[in-house]
Design a protein around this ligand. Structure first.
Ligand SMILES: *Cc1c(COP(=O)(O)O)cnc(C)c1O
Length: 562
């Protein structure tokens, strides 16, 4: 069972995906990496946090590229027994008129600074369940609406019940995105006014009490991106013939007041049930506040985990020059005094590791002297990965003048047709540029590949369509490795960009080529001292702030301790 130390957790952090380590494919992108960094910082800072997620035994997927550069998806199974210990608690959630049993595994995030944080991985693949129910926790973001709602029932209802069965005394429930909003309904079931205190027609649910327990972090700056389920589906899955044990703790009309009239909107439900709501960057909080009039949406800008996202060569450099940086990344302001030659040497080591990985994966030999421009992220329309290829003649002209090489990577969600089209399109561009511009597309972008890319590139490119990038975090990872960003002013970059100091802002494709031609390439190839100044700018002005320790200290002080 849980040891006493881990059981002292008082904050429960619920997330559909968590990137715990490269070998555990229970994440799809930035949301999961953020959840993982949240746990890693909680462990470093000894915050009493327990995470709850699904075990996703078949993972997200492994990406292969076919001869035409189209994405092929393979299952990415993992064995929880290898990394986690089974817990003997079990709870039932009624779905479609039958009990679905939910068991759990415990994974422990261990900090190099000595702290630990438990992660509860919910699992319905139990002998007592029907075959279809055993699959509910198999596929991350797989299946149809019905499958997804079942997953959210297991996460929200099952998660809260399991924490109780394990003996946790939770004082704050933190919903990382709306997927776990049903946990609030479970709490409504738990906290009702005594019948004797109610007047006829009064609702028995102690809404203020539930709100006081819930915190909600939204990540979706557009309505189209919100998680929504029809009430017809809700009634089918929540329905129960047996009196008194319905999964729906309150009448449908009251649920509609909380979760939206037309459909059950999980963002709306989470907003209704939380008394602390935040967006993940200042710009994103402003956009969200306009989307949800009447709600106060605060801003806690995301951050990344210092040790995890710093390449070995930079870890060694910081250990030597900035003792204590892993606990207080603010100290990295002192990186300004590290000799330029040592910064360059550390970067060349990180760049060498990326060059080696590219050679193994594609056979292409990148140059150690050429400027490596990288774009790696979830491939989906709003990220606009095609912007760099708007005018390939211009790109070729740049590459004739200055050594320049391009590294791309990213998975598209299997059901995102536009995203899959973009993967194929980028691969076509890579091929069309052959002999003119060195460019590669690395398959299967994941945690480990991200570590190599954010540290081994020279410049980190991001071109989302504002205001759709709620935060973005990969540029923050790059900053820990002295890699500046060239990025559209959206999400975190609105706060992080100091023009010519931490990197550059960019808006249109023409502006992108202009910045490369007039600012980036001449500085990189012509003024090594000037380039190191920029590398140090990324470290001393971005890494110092955009880290998950600062983020978690803020969540602890402002959201959890209320
Ligand atoms: C950091 C990371 C992301 C998120 O990057 P963005 O900049 O937010 O797009 C996605 N996938 C992986 C594997 C990551 O490491």
């Amino acid at each position: 069972m849980l040891d006493e130390f881990l059981q002292r957790a008082r904050v429960a952090y619920f997330s559909m995906e968590i990137a715990l380590r490269s070998e555990i494919p229970t994440y799809a992108g930035g949301l999961g990496v953020l959840a993982g960094d949240t746990l890693r910082s909680a462990a470093d800072l000894s915050l009493p946090l327990v995470a709850v997620t699904l075990v996703s035994r078949h993972g997200y997927f492994r990406q292969e590229l076919d001869a035409e550069g189209r994405q092929i998806e393979h299952p990415a199974p993992w064995d929880p027994a290898k990394w986690a210990v089974p817990l003997d608690a079990k709870v039932a959630v009624r779905i479609e008129d039958r009990p679905v049993w939910v068991g759990a595994w415990q994974y422990v995030v261990e900090s190099d600074l000595g702290g630990r944080a438990p992660v509860i991985l919910l699992d319905t693949d139990l002998a007592e369940n029907l075959p279809a129910d055993r699959e509910i926790t198999h596929y991350l973001y797989g299946g149809d609406q019905r499958y997804r709602l079942k997953q959210e029932m297991v996460l929200g209802f099952g998660g809260v019940r399991l924490l109780q069965a394990l003996g946790f005394e939770i004082e704050a429930y933190h919903m990382n995105e709306g997927h776990s909003a049903l946990l609030g309904l479970e709490l409504l079931r738990r906290f009702t006014y005594p019948k004797s205190e109610l007047r006829p027609g009064e609702s028995p649910y102690d809404l203020p009490r539930v709100r006081q327990l819930c915190r909600f972090t939204t990540h979706t700056p557009v309505e189209a991106g919100q998680d929504r389920f029809s009430y017809e589906l809700v009634q089918q899955l929540f329905h129960d013939e047996a009196p008194g044990i319905s999964t729906l703790p309150l009448p449908l009309q009251e649920l509609q007041q909380l979760g939206g009239r037309e459909a059950l909107n999980m963002t709306q439900l989470a907003l209704s049930l939380s008394d602390f709501v935040n967006g993940v960057a200042k710009r994103h909080a402003e956009v969200s506040a306009r989307m949800y009039p009447g709600y106060q949406v605060r801003a806690i800008t995301n951050g990344v985990h210092p040790y995890t996202w710093t390449a070995p060569a930079f870890r060694a450099l910081y250990d030597h020059h900035v003792a204590g940086w892993c606990h207080e990344p603010e100290l990295l302001m002192r990186a300004a005094d590290i000799p330029d030659a040592e910064i360059l040497a550390a970067h060349l080591e990180a760049k060498g590791a990326l060059i080696e990985r590219v050679r193994q994966a594609t056979g292409v030999a990148l140059g150690a002297q050429a400027l490596t421009l990288s774009f790696a992220r979830r491939m989906t329309a709003y990220k606009r990965p095609e912007l760099l290829f708007t005018d390939c003649a211009r790109l070729e002209a740049l590459a004739r003048r200055w050594p320049l090489q391009i590294v791309l990577a990213g998975k598209a969600h299997p059901q995102d047709e536009e995203g899959r089209r973009l993967v194929a399109y980028l691969n076509q561009q890579v091929r069309a540029l052959r002999g003119k511009v060195v460019a590669v597309y690395l398959p299967d972008y994941d945690f480990a590949l991200a570590q190599l890319l954010v540290s081994g590139s020279d410049l980190w490119l991001n071109t989302p369509l504002p205001p759709l990038e709620a935060s973005g975090t990969s540029g923050m990872k790059a900053a820990f490795n002295g890699v500046p960003s060239l990025s559209v002013l959206d999400g975190w970059w609105v706060e992080g960009c100091v023009e010519n100091v931490t990197g550059w802002s960019v808006d249109s494709a023409a502006d992108l080529y202009g910045k490369l031609e007039n600012s980036v390439l001449p500085l990189f190839h012509g003024e090594p001292g000037g380039w190191v100044r920029l590398m140090k700018g990324a470290i001393t002005r971005n890494a110092v702030y955009f880290n998950s320790h600062r983020m978690m200290r803020r969540y602890a002080a402002e959201a959890y301790l209320r």
